[in-house]
Ligand binder design. Structure first.
Ligand code: ATP
Length: 297
């Protein structure tokens, strides 16, 4: 039986602004998203049994309808009346609950995988629409690359790609729930707002420094305040050659952007010396137009 293998890329937020809390308690955001070359591997194949069978290398992740991969496969089976079963295996390499959209990107890969496996011939737009039913960040994870995300995350505009650079990711060994962060955010009393428009213009001018000068995430007002280790990692990156460093998403992962690989490698050594840092990776921007989704056909 034919098996397909997909790469599900992590994302960072180069800019994250919250405009307001809506009546329904969702937050209206304005974010500059960027995929990076850290990915989970998802393999999928059809099986004769009429069921979804999911496995992963992480014992503590649910393999049932609580897993976003399961949800995505289930949604596609319902929507397109697919009776044939699917077996999926997830190799998690992106840290969980890290602010890197790990779950959302797995769900996006599962949608793309189902499209391919069952020859559904759905457009990227349709897959993004289906993704919105699973989670606010899933449509972006279908699109990937450099993009502006607005509304509650479902309004997407592709942007000029982030210029070539090296990105250091460091996650302290603490778990931060996205829900906790948004619930504790004082959306109408934010002390600063990122210059998202200035960042978009810098991307258009292909000016890395113009982008890094504007890295900013309002969710730090909650997460960094609660976990000072985040500030310490940012400081270490900046003292060791990062053009700038901020927290990604709701955290706790911190990233730094470097113009030279040697500087990033040196900073990686320093960051690894920090006791609380549990995972660290040196990655690059992932630009979908230059790379394929599928590992093999
Ligand atoms: P975001 O950046 O969108 O806030 P995150 O990186 O902080 O996401 P995830 O790794 O997506 O967080 O996971 C958050 C929760 O989702 C975990 O508690 C986990 O149990 C659940 N989850 C469901 N499916 C998955 C999956 N495929 N991979 C990781 N987590 C999953």
């Amino acid at each position: 039986m034919r098996q397909i293998a997909l790469k599900a890329y992590a994302k960072i937020n180069l800019g994250l602004d919250v405009l307001r809390r809506r009546e329904d308690n969702y937050h209206e955001v304005r974010m500059v998203m960027q995929s990076v070359t850290l990915y989970d591997k998802l393999t999928m194949k059809k099986i004769s049994k009429d069921e979804i069978s999911l496995s992963s290398n992480l014992g503590y992740l649910p393999n049932n309808d609580k897993n976003l991969v399961y949800k995505a496969i289930h949604l596609m089976r319902e929507e397109y009346k697919i009776t044939q079963g699917v077996k999926a295996d997830l190799e998690k390499r992106i840290p969980v609950a890290a602010g890197l959209a790990g779950g959302s990107t797995d769900a996006a890969a599962a949608l793309v995988g189902m499209n391919r496996l069952f020859h559904l011939k759905l457009s990227l737009e349709r897959l993004m629409e289906l993704g919105a039913k699973i989670g606010a960040d899933v449509p972006y994870c279908v699109l990937r690359g450099t993009a502006l995300s607005e509304g509650i995350g479902e309004i997407l505009t592709p942007l000029s790609p982030l210029p070539a650079c090296y990105i250091l990711l460091a996650k302290p060994g603490i778990n931060v729930s996205t829900r906790f962060v948004y619930e504790n955010l004082e959306a109408d009393k934010l002390p600063y707002h990122p210059d998202i428009d200035g960042m978009i213009e810098a991307l258009e001018r292909e000016e890395l420094k113009g982008v890094t000068d504007r890295l900013s995430n309002v969710l730090e007002t909650v997460t960094e305040k609660k976990y000072p280790i985040i500030g310490k990692i940012k400081q270490t990156m900046k003292e060791n050659g990062a053009l700038n460093s901020i927290m990604s998403g709701s955290g706790p992962t911190v990233f730094g952007i470097f113009d030279k690989k040697e500087k990033a490698e040196k900073a990686l050594d320093k960051v690894r010396e920090i006791e609380l840092v549990k995972n660290s990776y040196l990655v690059e921007p992932f630009l979908p137009e230059t790379k394929k989704y599928f590992l093999k056909r």
